[in-house]
Design a protein around this ligand. Structure first.
Ligand code: COA
Length: 158
């Protein structure tokens, strides 16, 4: 049983994240999508809201579970019995930060492997900050986020 975690802020989850999750489910038996709480960022959505949007958006994914964590990501991976951490690489600009994080995580715990997956190229320029900005300006973001996120953003920026 090969389990991996996919950690992130998910403020909010986008179709780019879902694309990475789908690829991970095709490679591993179980994928735990896990929300980082109490991070240095100040999210628009509360922890509960981010978890709810993930639960709703991923309800049709069979081998996916939703979780949250505080503290070190490698410790969380161990706690849930995961063999690795999934991270998405959208463009070369992601590489340096991700490479540093992967090497530091390996130094902290060499049992936990980082696996990089590339989302579809149509999501290369997508990130959650852009989505939040566009939603605040009432732009059409329906092709970038799942339905539950669209609804949550509409409520936030009525
Ligand atoms: N599609 C769309 N957007 C994507 C994406 C994809 N496939 N992959 C990443 N992004 C975007 C996110 O939306 C986010 O956008 P934003 O900054 O505009 O909000 C940005 O890329 C960063 O993504 P995220 O995956 O959420 O990473 P993060 O840098 O916010 O969080 C953690 C990374 C939580 C995994 C990391 O900080 C962590 O492990 N923290 C725990 C503490 C720890 O163990 N530290 C030691 C690590 S060395």
């Amino acid at each position: 049983m090969r389990k991996v975690i996919y950690p992130g802020t998910f403020d909010p989850v986008t179709n780019g994240h879902l694309d990475v999750i789908k690829r991970a489910t095709e490679l591993f038996d179980s994928v735990v999508v896990t929300v980082a709480v109490n991070i240095s960022k100040t999210p628009l959505f509360t922890n509960e809201e981010r978890l709810d949007m993930l639960k709703e958006s991923l309800k049709d994914f069979k081998n996916v579970k939703i979780d949250s964590f505080e503290g070190l990501v490698v410790e969380h991976a161990h706690q849930v019995g995961a063999v690795g951490i999934i991270r998405g690489l959208r463009a070369v600009s992601d590489f340096e930060y991700e490479f540093q994080m992967a090497l530091m995580n390996r130094k902290l715990d060499s049992d936990i492997k980082t696996v990089f997956l590339m989302p579809h190229e149509k999501y290369t320029y997508l990130n959650s900050s852009l989505i939040r900005n566009l939603a605040e300006l009432h732009a059409d973001i329906s092709e970038f986020v799942p339905e539950p996120v669209l609804d949550a953003l509409k409520t936030k920026f009525k």
